[in-house]
Design a protein around this ligand. Structure first.
Ligand SMILES: C[S@@+](CC[C@H](N)C(=O)[O-])C[C@H]1O[C@@H](n2cnc3c(N)ncnc32)[C@H](O)[C@@H]1O
Length: 291
């Protein structure tokens, strides 16, 4: 008996799927990625016992179970690549020039809150927590004695489960020196577990960045790291996400994007701050600072 032919994703169904995913998560799936999307979603069809993409799209649109399945579809379509100390030059610039500015602004509160928006499996969150703990450990540091917090959010529940588990294999350490792993992790048979001191200041939450009303759970923050997320979003979604960051940041707070991302044609609400090794965005203090 011949095996069942694998379902293929027609141009029409792909168009419908792109619309659904863009509206829900802001993802801008390129036209030429139809085959790759087809490959990524085939397992979902098999699991659900659905024989065609037309039926799958119909389910996403009209079936009561479609809402839950849409989360799975979006999860399967996101790119979750990440690792510890990614874009080290930017982290250095933040530590040496961004942090002192923020510490000065937050002296009254003596609390510093960082948001890693689109944190994937958590490496960025723990990288930032370690950076903060190291910086604050110097008795002369303006951060000394501060309450430090790092909040990581992502649309992928699968990634968040990994982030909360906090156990990592070799590839997560591809850009770090061996001392980093030795100092901040506990070795276990299944990988390296982030140590308790670091985990204590980190928290994770499920959040679609297009869902501004739910983002209040983040509270106000001093800095947003949203690196390598905007590149996957359409223009309209980018604008909404940037508006959200603007709203969540304290006046004078910083926004750091990935090296290939910028606010060009997206927003003029931020000012550009030239650090020695990097360019970052800042929510202007202006009159709002007084309010
Ligand atoms: C390539 S990872 C970036 C991870 C990390 N920021 C870094 O730079 O290494 C992009 C992440 O953005 C998340 N993402 C994409 N669209 C999102 C949305 N609308 N809301 C929340 N997270 C989203 C994806 O699930 C994915 O984990």
């Amino acid at each position: 008996m011949n095996p069942m032919p694998e379902p293929s994703l027609s141009v029409e169904d792909y168009r419908a799927l792109r619309d659904i995913v863009a509206t829900t998560a802001g993802l801008d799936l390129p036209t030429e990625q139809r085959t790759s999307v087809q490959r990524r979603l085939r397992d979902r069809l098999t699991l659900l016992g659905i024989e065609s993409f037309t039926e799958y799209v119909r389910m996403l649109r009209y079936d009561p179970a479609g809402r839950v399945e849409l989360e799975e579809a979006v999860d399967a379509l996101t790119t979750n690549e990440t690792y510890f100390q990614r874009e080290a030059y930017q982290l250095r610039a933040f530590r040496d020039e961004g942090l002192p500015l923020l510490a000065e602004q937050a002296q009254g509160r003596r609390r510093l809150s960082v948001w890693s928006a689109g944190c994937s499996t958590g490496e960025e969150v723990y990288t930032l927590a370690i950076l903060l703990l190291e910086a604050a450990s110097e008795p002369s540091s303006p951060l000394h004695g501060f309450d430090l917090r790092v909040f990581g959010s992502d649309i992928s529940k699968r990634c968040l489960a990994h982030a909360r588990r906090a156990v990592y294999g070799t590839s997560a350490f591809r850009a770090t020196p061996p001392e980093f792993r030795k100092k901040w992790f506990v070795e276990r048979p299944d990988g390296a577990l982030v140590n308790e001191r670091v985990r204590q200041i980190c928290q994770f939450g499920h959040l679609n960045l297009l869902d501004a009303s739910r983002a209040v759970v983040v509270g106000r923050v001093d800095v947003v790291f949203c690196r390598n997320v905007l590149i996957y979003l359409g223009t309209h979604a980018r604008r909404r996400v940037i508006d959200l960051f603007h709203e969540r940041l304290y006046p004078g707070g910083l926004l750091l994007l990935g090296h290939s991302e910028s606010l060009l044609n997206v927003s003029t609400a931020f000012e550009l701050l030239h650090l020695r090794e990097d360019l970052v965005y800042r929510r202007p203090r202006g009159r709002e600072a007084l309010s």
